[in-house]
Design a binder for this molecule. Structure first.
Ligand code: DER
Length: 223
């Protein structure tokens, strides 16, 4: 589909920015997956890199792509490539895949953080619910705190098992709807302060460059 082409060309373009001997943060989601595939092809052609996966899924994809793996104890990340659900001028919204806790750790450790998206993700302001990663026993107090901030909290329920979606670290995902978010930095600070919230999907001033792919196969790089 058009979205598939747009995602693929964005991922492939970002991978061209990776230098030999780099430690690469490997993002989660379908757009980052195209970057992992493209990186695997460069590894097969002789590029020497080590990857730090941001999720169980990214690790499996990296292994299938033949990318040697490392971790944050052994290496600092030189460049991270990751997707996003929305890209606004000063913030990203992430967490559609529930990988945002490890993604934020890896993406923020990176010297350079490249975001790869199809053009449907670029917005003037974030207006989708913000995914929170929440310790299960804190669900109700966190929901109350979200309400006190003027938001509406909804626990993300799984479709293929009874019960909630669980992150790789065993947290539940609570989607907090605030409508249009005019000041993502302020909201990010408030969300981080809620006891029991171990991560949220607002990445403020995080991206060093955004690769925006389109259905016609073109890529715009905004940095
Ligand atoms: O979970 C995330 O933050 C991912 O980056 C994700 O939401 C983007 O997924 P997509 O590239 O499959 O749209």
């Amino acid at each position: 589909t058009d979205r598939t082409t747009a995602k693929r060309v964005a991922g492939e373009a970002a991978v061209e920015a990776i230098d030999d001997e780099s430690v690469v943060g490997l993002g989660s989601g379908s757009t980052a997956a195209t970057a992992i595939t493209a990186l695997g092809e460069r590894v097969a052609a002789g590029l020497a890199v080590r990857g730090v996966p941001t999720s169980w899924q990214a690790r499996q994809r990296a292994r299938e792509a033949g990318i040697p793996l490392t971790d944050l104890d052994a290496d600092r990340v030189d460049i991270a490539i990751d997707g996003a659900d929305q890209v606004a001028p000063t913030a990203l919204l992430k967490g559609g895949g529930g990988a945002h806790v490890r993604e934020k750790i890896v993406d923020s450790d990176a010297e350079r953080f490249l975001v790869v998206v199809d053009d449907s993700k670029v917005v003037d302001a974030i207006d989708q619910p913000v995914p929170l990663a929440v310790l299960p026993e804190a669900r109700r107090p966190v929901a109350d705190a979200i309400a006190a901030l003027g938001g509406a909290a909804e626990t993300r329920m799984a479709t293929r098992r009874d019960g909630p979606v669980l992150t790789d670290d065993g947290a539940i995902v609570v989607d907090a709807a605030f409508g249009v978010i005019d000041d993502p930095a302020a909201l990010a600070t408030e969300l981080s302060a809620i006891p029991g919230v171990v991560g949220h999907g607002l990445f403020v001033d995080a991206a060093d460059a955004v690769y925006v792919g389109s259905a016609d196969g073109s890529v715009a790089v905004c940095d």
